[in-house]
Design a protein around this ligand. Sequence first.
Ligand SMILES: [Zn+2]
Length: 271
Amino acid sequence: MRRKSQTPRRAWVEDEPLARSPKRAFGVIAASLVLLGGTLGAVSVGSFEFGAVGSPATQARALPARTPSVAQPSAGSPSPTPTPTPTPTPLPEYVEGEPYIVNGIWLINRTHTVDEKYLVEGPGTDGLQAEASKYYEKMRAAAAKQGHYIYISMGYRSFEEQTEIYARNVRALGKNQKAAAPPGASEHSAGLAADICSQEGCGNNFGASESGKWVAKNAWKYGFILRYPKTKTEITGYQYEPWHFRYIGREHTAAFHEDPELTLEEYLGVE
Ligand SMILES: [Zn+2]
């Protein structure tokens, strides 16, 4: 006889979001808002201080922004000011296993992995870091005003969970699978990515839905980017994921608004 309480098997594919009942989603949101209330004001994304006291992430040293140096004309100079030539600051050196922060953005991908000790659950909605959660909630409220009821099917994911999911995907799809990140290479484990669903659906159904289109169009206003665009699998190493959004902060998203197929790797000028 089968037991009714048997836990359903998890999906093979890393980011195939698991449908969640709206009732449960609202419960999570309500609980998260309480959490959020206690954490607002304790964040500074530029220096990556998430306000999580004792968090290893706070040890990540923020590197100065790559601001082009501008030559200042001397006072009273009769010659016209030449157009300044931006001098790109060299990229910071990547030390394997250490957080790789470029221009204030923590880059996590297959070539820039991070040790488990730096990956901590955030205090926000579904384990997002405080600032990412704050802006996710703003986006969710704005979406709801337009009749799009979105929720997160996967926010933070632990290193152990990622290890299991990666192993399962490699067994099922082979070593070159483009669905799951190896442990230490997932933005979910840093609490900086959200897989978004809506009442209209999850996964590719979300991408094709009106609510998915709304999020794709408006996420930049809240500091989020579509992380794995349709035409950039060769750069990102991942298939198109219309549900996976990464928080990088509003000060960085204008370029992604102009070019919705832009990748974070291209924006930062790294692999
Ligand atoms: Zn995801």
